[in-house]
Design a binder for this molecule. Structure first.
Ligand SMILES: [Zn+2]
Length: 267
């Protein structure tokens, strides 16, 4: 992520360079068409008329080292050439530096701008459709070098960063050893070395699963009680009465009818 540093416009110049409060709805991308650093761009943007400044204003300048913010995002700038249109009145303006000569530092500046764009999109909960360019608002070929190199290419840079940021590790629901043992017995995990490899690749302990498989295959079966034993338990009151008795016996896998018949014989 590119470093963002603030060097904000003096409020005394708001009436000239940033007269309106703004609820931003988009980002507007520019190229500076010169070879000044972001620091120099913002310092120049902050100049008053007396100091030789111009009315032009924008929110960020980005170079190969940093992003410098000159306007708060909730105030308008004059950069899009559309008067009181949506570019000027609703756009967060980003100037990408070193576009006149291009080269390595411009390429890096574009990448840093893509980082900044992602930061803004995330903060406002916007999709990439909010990334617009100066040319969308006025008859001006800006951002000239970014357009020469390919606008879609720049959007792709943003999108791939967005994808990386939002990619969450896949949450795998872990199966219990018992479930896995049943799957092994159904043949879902192969045999021998293959079974071991596949279980371990999926993050499970082969030894543990195999132990349970063996237990299921060869271990003692849970002992079922005989009808006679159950009938005696029923008489001792261990299975409740009426509907409850019926429900509990059936839930435990026994035949209520058979047990009740024996109970009736015994009492
Ligand atoms: Zn522009």
């Amino acid at each position: 992520m590119v470093q963002i540093r603030q060097n904000l416009l003096s409020k005394s110049l708001y009436s000239w360079k940033s007269p309106y409060e703004m609820k931003p709805t988009r980002i507007v991308i520019h190229n500076t068409a010169n070879d000044a650093s972001a620091d120099a761009e913002i310092k120049y943007m902050k100049k008053s008329e007396k100091q030789g400044g111009r009315q032009t204003s924008f929110h960020y300048a980005v170079d190969d080292k940093e992003a410098v913010q000159g306007l708060p995002e909730n105030r308008n700038g004059w950069h899009a050439g559309d008067g009181n249109g949506k570019g000027n009145r609703e756009g967060i303006a980003i100037e990408i530096c070193y576009s006149k000569s291009g080269g390595e530092r411009f390429m890096k500046a574009e990448q840093n701008a893509a980082d900044l764009v992602v930061d803004i999109l995330k903060r406002y909960g916007w999709s990439i459709s909010k990334v617009t360019k100066h040319k969308d608002y006025a008859d001006k070929y800006c951002p000239h070098r970014t357009l020469d190199l390919g606008w879609q290419r720049f959007l792709n840079m943003v999108q791939s960063r967005l994808d990386k940021e939002t990619a969450k590790p896949v949450e795998t629901v872990k199966k219990t050893v018992d479930e896995l043992a049943d799957e092994v017995l159904k043949g879902l995990w192969g045999n021998g070395a293959d079974r071991r490899k596949r279980l371990e690749a999926a993050g499970y302990s082969y030894t543990e699963v195999q132990a349970r498989v063996n237990q299921k295959l060869y271990g003692p079966k849970p002992k079922k009680k005989s009808v006679d034993e159950l009938a005696r338990e029923v008489i001792r009151g261990e299975w409740g009465n009426g509907e409850e008795r019926k429900k509990r016996l059936r839930a435990a896998g026994y035949s209520y009818t058979a047990v009740q018949k024996r109970v009736n014989e015994l009492i």
